[in-house]
Design a protein around this ligand. Structure first.
Ligand SMILES: [Zn+2]
Ligand SMILES: [Zn+2]
Ligand SMILES: [Zn+2]
Ligand SMILES: [Zn+2]
Ligand SMILES: [Zn+2]
Ligand SMILES: [Zn+2]
Ligand SMILES: [Zn+2]
Length: 434
C-alpha cells in the first residue's frame, strides 16, 4: 500500500478522506508522524485564491494567517446584512449597497439605515425644493403644500362665478370677462344683479324698464311701453284689441279661402281629360227618379295648362227628351283663371264616353262614345261672365239627353261595383297648347 501524507484540515462532515483517491481513511491506520508534519507544514504553496488573482505564496502553516487578510477571501458583511463578499469588495458594499449601512440625511441630519435612507430620499421635509407650479419660489418641502394651496401666485383656483379653473394671478383679469360675473342692470330696474352674459336678454325681455310691444301687435296694435305698464294698457284696451282681432280673423279667413281655391285649382286635371267616377249608382238613380232635374256635377278640369275650365254633369234619370228612360250627359264652360287669354267662343271637339269596365284581358272594352263640335251660337260656349255663379242653373250645358238608355247601361260592365265612369276629353290643337 502506498503511504499517504495528509495535511488534515477538518472537512465539513468531520470525516477524513484521502486527498489523493478520495477514499475514506481507516482511522486505525492513521497515526501522527511529528517529523514528517514539520516537513510538510514547511512546504511552500500558493494562496487558495491564486486563480482569482492572489499572488501570495508561503508555507502551508502560514496560510491560515494569510487568509485572515487575503483580499480574495470571502467573508460575511460586518453589518450582518446576510451578504458575503470577498474582502476587497466589502468597503464598497458598506458604503453604497449594504442595506444595514448607516447614513445621515444631509437635509434633516437624521440617521438612517441604507434601506430607510433610500425611502427617505425625495420626501425629506427639510429638503429645499422648487414650487411645482413653477412660480420660482423655493422652500422646504414641508412648507410646499401650504404654499401651493394658499400663497403660490401660480396656483389654480376656480372662478367663483363661472366655476372654470384659472391660475391665481389671472383670475382678477378674468373677472372683467367672466360671462357669469354679476353686473347691475344699467337701467336700475331694481332687479338684483344679472350675470353679464344674461344682460342683453334681461334688458330686452325681463327688465321692468324694457320697452315692449303690445302682444296684440299682430292684430295691428302699435302700442309700445315699459314692461311694467303693459298690463295697464291691456286692461284699458280690451275693446280695441277685440276689434283688431276680429279684423285679423276676417283677413285670415279670406286668405284661407284664397289658398283653398289655389289648392283646388292645382289639384284639377290640366290635360283635357276627365274620368268621372259616379259611385253608389243605384241609390243616386233612385233619388233622381224621385226628384226632377236632379243633376250631378263632376269636378272641374282644364282643357290644357292655362286653358278653358270645364265641367260635366249627368242626369241619371234623364232630362228633356231622355227624361225617365236615359242617362243624360252635358258639358259646360265655367269661369276659369285664364279666360281673358283665350279665344272665344269655346270651339274644340269634345268626346263623351261611358267606360266599359269589363276586364280588358277577357274582351275588348266597348265604350259608349259620342263626339261633337261645340255650336258657336250656344250661349254656354261664349266667354263666361265673371259674376256668374258656376252652378247657375239657367245656363244649361251642351250634350246628350239620350246618352245611354236605362236598358243599355245594364249590359256588359258599364255598371260595376255599383259605379259608372264617364270620361270627357277635349281635343286641343298642338299649336294652341304651345
Ligand atoms: Zn490570498
Ligand atoms: Zn452589508
Ligand atoms: Zn432628511
Ligand atoms: Zn408656487
Ligand atoms: Zn368666471
Ligand atoms: Zn333691468
Ligand atoms: Zn295694444
Amino acid at each position: 500500500a502506498m503511504l499517504h501524507f495528509c495535511v488534515l484540515f477538518p472537512c465539513s462532515e468531520g470525516v477524513f478522506k484521502c486527498p489523493e483517491d478520495q477514499l475514506p481513511l481507516d482511522y486505525a491506520k492513521i497515526y501522527p508522524d511529528p517529523d514528517l508534519e514539520v516537513q510538510v507544514l514547511a512546504l511552500i504553496i500558493r494562496c487558495i485564491h491564486s486563480e482569482e488573482g492572489c499572488r501570495w505564496t508561503g508555507q502551508i502553516k502560514q496560510l491560515q494567517g494569510h487568509l485572515a487578510t487575503c483580499g480574495f477571501n470571502v467573508i460575511p458583511c460586518p453589518n450582518r446584512c446576510s451578504i458575503k463578499l470577498s474582502r476587497r469588495d466589502i468597503a464598497e458594499h458598506l458604503q453604497h449597497d449594504c442595506p444595514k449601512r448607516r447614513l445621515k440625511c444631509e437635509f434633516c441630519g437624521n440617521d438612517f439605515t441604507g434601506e430607510a435612507y433610500e425611502n427617505h430620499q425625495g420626501i425629506c421635509p427639510q429638503e429645499s425644493v422648487y414650487c411645482e407650479n413653477k412660480c420660482g419660489a423655493r422652500m422646504m418641502r414641508r412648507l410646499l403644500s401650504q404654499h401651493s394651496l394658499g400663497d403660490c401666485p401660480k396656483r389654480t383656483q376656480p372662478c367663483k362665478f363661472c366655476g372654470k379653473e384659472f391660475v391665481y394671478d389671472t383670475i382678477q383679469n378674468h373677472q372683467y370677462q367672466c360671462p357669469r360675473y354679476p353686473v347691475p342692470c344699467p337701467n336700475q330696474c331694481g332687479a338684483a344683479t344679472v350675470a353679464r352674459e344674461d344682460l342683453a336678454v334681461h334688458l330686452k325681455e325681463n327688465c321692468n324698464t324694457a320697452m315692449v310691444l303690445c302682444p296684440f301687435k299682430e292684430a295691428g296694435c302699435k302700442h309700445r311701453c315699459p314692461k311694467v305698464t303693459m298690463s295697464r294698457h291691456l286692461d284699458e284696451s280690451t275693446k280695441m284689441h277685440l276689434n283688431m282681432m276680429c279684423g285679423l280673423v276676417s283677413r285670415q279667413r279670406q286668405e284661407i279661402g284664397e289658398l283653398r281655391k289655389e289648392v283646388e285649382e292645382l289639384s284639377l286635371s290640366h290635360d283635357g281629360i276627365l274620368i268621372w267616377k259616379i259611385p253608389d249608382f243605384s241609390r243616386k238613380l233612385a233619388e233622381a227618379k224621385l226628384r226632377t232635374n236632379y243633376e250631378l256635377f263632376s269636378p272641374s278640369f282644364y282643357t290644357h295648362k292655362y286653358g278653358y275650365k270645364l265641367q260635366i254633369s249627368a242626369f241619371l234619370n234623364g232630362n228633356g227628351s231622355g227624361e225617365g228612360s236615359h242617362v243624360s250627359v252635358y258639358i259646360r264652360v265655367l269661369p276659369g283663371e285664364y279666360d281673358n287669354l283665350l279665344e272665344w267662343p269655346f270651339s274644340y271637339k269634345v268626346t263623351f264616353s261611358l267606360l266599359d269596365q269589363s276586364d280588358p284581358s277577357l274582351s275588348k272594352p266597348q265604350n259608349i262614345t259620342e263626339t261633337f263640335n261645340p255650336d258657336p251660337n250656344w250661349k254656354n260656349f261664349q266667354k263666361p261672365s265673371n259674376t256668374r255663379n258656376s252652378m247657375d242653373e239657367s245656363t244649361l250645358g251642351f250634350g246628350y239627353p239620350k246618352f245611354i238608355s236605362h236598358e243599355e247601361i245594364k249590359k256588359r260592365n258599364y255598371i260595376r261595383d255599383n259605379a259608372i265612369f264617364i270620361k270627357a276629353s277635349v281635343e286641343i290643337p298642338q299649336k294652341i297648347i304651345a
